[in-house]
Design a binder for this molecule. Structure first.
Ligand code: AMP
Length: 511
């Protein structure tokens, strides 16, 4: 008994301790095709150097390290070093402007800010105003003042003791309204989700991950990088997604994770075929809905069923289609082990099977709240601990979850609720249509009116034909009042359609 207690006391829940305990000590590769190959042993040394440098700059346990940098192996070392010394890593989307960065500094109050060399000068004053101890630089090739400090530093070989509920990272949500909120993620959140996905997707020795996602987001940083490091996998490390480059490197990979746009772009390439991917074990999609048509075309072309999963910054991954078993287009599968999902009405009461409601989640993966926003945190959690995701879903009779849309995208027209996905699915199935986005815009009579924005090829039906075709299928109040044609729907870097942008653009159409 005494021995068991002693062991518990000694265990370290620091995510870096969980990862490093599995790193091979020989020269097995961690990153390949990243300029130079980096082995796991080299990665651990690099992390110790960066950890030593951060400590020398005065970063202590619980302090924030904010980074707005291009993707690089050095950037991964910086992230892992922050974990190693018990600091809180705060990666930022590289697209944020200096004004936005200033807001994040005022909110996160980091000890150290790491930026691209050409951004350092412009942010210096704001950094001083917010008591940042030091502004450092790191470029896409692993050069810059932070890299110089790391190579000169006394390495820190220890791993700070952290518990499950201690903070590991703050990720700002890409909120389209109001101020971005910092989701506080703990070592326990990240480790539990990583282990659950590693198991759910049957990671195995010899797996090689093709990584073309950004690493300022949950998908690239925790889901893709986390599971691969935990598996001691070699990672084909690409600065960004480039279809031709991916096609050249896929023969070396066994697993690929991507946003749906990656897969539609691969399908545009004639060289992307069954022979090229015959050795692949798994393609995973998420961060935005995968069109049923893409799922079907991908299977026809390659013989692979893309595995779609669902999650968000605040919760990590929530559900996944099965690894063994049918991966159905249009559903995001079953809740991961230990993750509880409730489809709820406005009062938090469970909806009947097949009835749409807000997806609520509870489990070891769910974040502890929004940084410095206790009010906002209280609003988004139920008294019994469930987090209100804001996504609308349906539980299918077999327990699978399907996403119907975002609560904020729900259209209320003349008092009737309209779920855009229902209309989008019908329009997407029409010949010549690439994809569609249905939104509500101000309407003089009905409050909101339904419109459809359609990306189409030559030969697609005209506006009146689309509306006519929908007439037989949908209730009258759901019919779009207008159909607008565009070359492409507006998307962000994670492949999400920017509906807020469409609502602004067409705000006067029916008013
Ligand atoms: P983020 O916090 O940037 O990861 O965005 C999370 C949001 O992306 C979720 O709340 C969903 O609205 C959306 N999302 C993620 N995965 C899927 C999916 N497989 N299907 C539909 N929407 C998804």
């Amino acid at each position: 008994m005494a021995l068991i207690q002693k062991c518990r006391m000694q265990s370290n829940d620091n995510l870096y301790a969980v990862l490093a305990s599995r790193f091979p000590v020989n020269d097995s590769p961690a990153f390949i095709d990243a300029g130079a190959e980096v082995s796991y042993a080299m990665l651990d040394r690099l992390v110790a150097q960066y950890a030593g440098a951060l400590k020398a700059l005065g970063v202590g346990v619980g302090d924030r390290v904010t980074a707005q940098i291009e993707k690089s192996v050095a950037g991964v070392a910086l992230y892992l070093a922050a974990l190693r010394i018990g600091a809180v890593f705060n990666p930022l989307n590289t697209a944020y402007t200096a004004a936005e960065l200033t807001y994040f500094l005022s909110d996160a109050k980091p000890s150290v800010l790491v930026v691209e060399p050409d951004k350092a000068h412009a942010i210096q004053q704001a950094a001083s105003d917010h008591s940042v101890l030091s502004v450092e630089t790191l470029d896409a090739h692993g050069g810059g003042s932070m890299a110089e400090r790391a190579s000169a530093a006394t390495p820190f070989d220890g791993i700070e003791q952290r518990g499950q509920s201690d903070l590991a990272a703050i990720l700002y949500t890409s909120g389209t309204t109001g101020k971005s909120k910092g989701a506080m993620l703990t070592h326990g959140n990240l480790a539990s989700n990583m282990v659950a996905l590693h198991q759910a997707w049957a990671f195995q020795p010899g797996d090689v991950l093709l990584h073309a996602l950004p690493i300022y987001h949950v998908h690239g940083l925790f889901v893709a990088l986390g599971t691969a490091l935990y598996n001691r996998s070699a990672i084909i490390w690409l600065p960004k997604f480039d279809a031709a480059q991916v096609i050249g490197l896929l023969p070396k990979a066994t697993v690929m994770m991507g946003v749906p746009t990656f897969y539609t772009r691969l399908l545009e390439q004639p060289a992307f075929d069954a022979a090229l991917v015959k050795h692949m074990r798994l393609f995973v999609a998420g961060s935005a809905p995968l069109l049923a048509e893409t799922h079907a075309r991908f299977f026809e072309r390659t013989g692979h069923h893309i595995l779609e999963r669902y999650g968000m910054t605040e919760t990590g991954m929530i559900t996944s289609n099965p690894y063994d078993g049918a991966r159905l287009a249009g559903t995001v599968g079953y809740p991961l082990p230990d993750v509880h999902v409730r489809i709820a009405d406005a009062e938090g009461q469970e909806c009947a099977v097949g009835e749409p409601g807000v997806i609520e989640v509870k489990g070891p993966n769910v974040f502890t709240g929004y940084w410095r926003m206790p009010e906002k945190t209280r609003e988004e959690f139920r008294a019994d601990g469930y987090f209100i995701t804001g996504d609308i879903g349906v539980r299918e009779p077999d327990g699978r979850i399907s996403i119907v849309g975002r609560a904020k995208d729900l259209i209320i027209t003349g008092g009737f609720n309209v779920y855009p996905k229902e209309i989008e699915t019908e329009i997407d199935a029409m010949p010549g249509v690439i994809e569609s986005a249905v939104v509500g815009v101000p309407h003089s009579d009905f409050g909101e009116g339904v419109i459809a924005v359609v990306a189409a090829k030559d030969g697609a039906p005209a506006e009146a034909e689309i509306i006519d075709a929908l007439k037989g299928k949908l209730a009258r109040f759901k019919l779009p009042k207008r159909v607008l044609f565009v070359a492409d729907l507006p998307r962000n870097a994670m492949g999400k359609v920017q509906k807020a942008e469409l609502r602004t653009q067409y705000a006067k159409l029916l008013a």
